[in-house]
Design a binder for this molecule. Sequence first.
Ligand code: DGL
Length: 276
Amino acid sequence: MKKKKEDYTHLQADQPIGIFDSGVGGLTVAREIKRMLPQEDLIYFGDTKHLPYGDKSREAIVGYSTKITDFLLENNCKAIVVACNSATANALNEVLETVDAKVPVIDVINPVAEKVAFEIHNNVGVIATKATVNSGLYKKSIRKHNKFIKVDELATPLLVPAIEEGFKNHPITNAIIYNYLSNSKLKNIETLILGCTHYPLLMDEIRQFYGNRVRVIDSPSIVATQLKHILEKHHLLHVNNPHPEYDFYVSDLTKNFEKISKKIFGKSIRLELKVL
Ligand code: DGL
């Protein structure tokens, strides 16, 4: 695909930022965006009706992702954050085609891979959904910049359902984590990328497993920093907006989504059911 020249001259700083994921995972990215850019209005779409994306075909993920992108564009977003690794790994090109170079698109794999490739020089492990691991995108993107890094990827498909069920600090989740992280593929890693935006919700449990032996990469903050740079570069940072609006849409209302979104964004968020 030939890269079209971006044109952001029609965009205004006071337009919202659009963020999407299959469920609560993208909230870890939204939380960091809110922390770093506290004056921005946000529109979040959680495709809870179709999760987990990680077990779906590429075609299905492309279909969901492009529909959500259209929805965010219709809602006047000035940037789109694909806060889902499975969507990034399988549908980023199609999202870019849909956007047609009219608004910046920030994904959750490329900025992380770049940072790891340039700053870390040891064995890297990636845990992610099947859809992300099967794409091999982490390995490709890291090794494009630094071919000396060893990258081992492991699919850990039971984590998303456990998180969406709200099983935090739960023996089932701890057993799943122990089982996956003990896998021989991850035996010699010194750095771990959480290649699914849901996984930072289990950061304490993952850190507990490794102690200080393994550095766990803080992907949401890398992604939020990238978004900030892009908005700054194009003079699109919203300032003088002390009471930003947070609009949340889900394709299926779940108790867990409501609980986690309210915990991060406060009780005043607007949460609406929206089937696309
Ligand atoms: N949080 C998403 C990701 O980063 C999707 C997980 C899923 O729905 O399987 O891959």
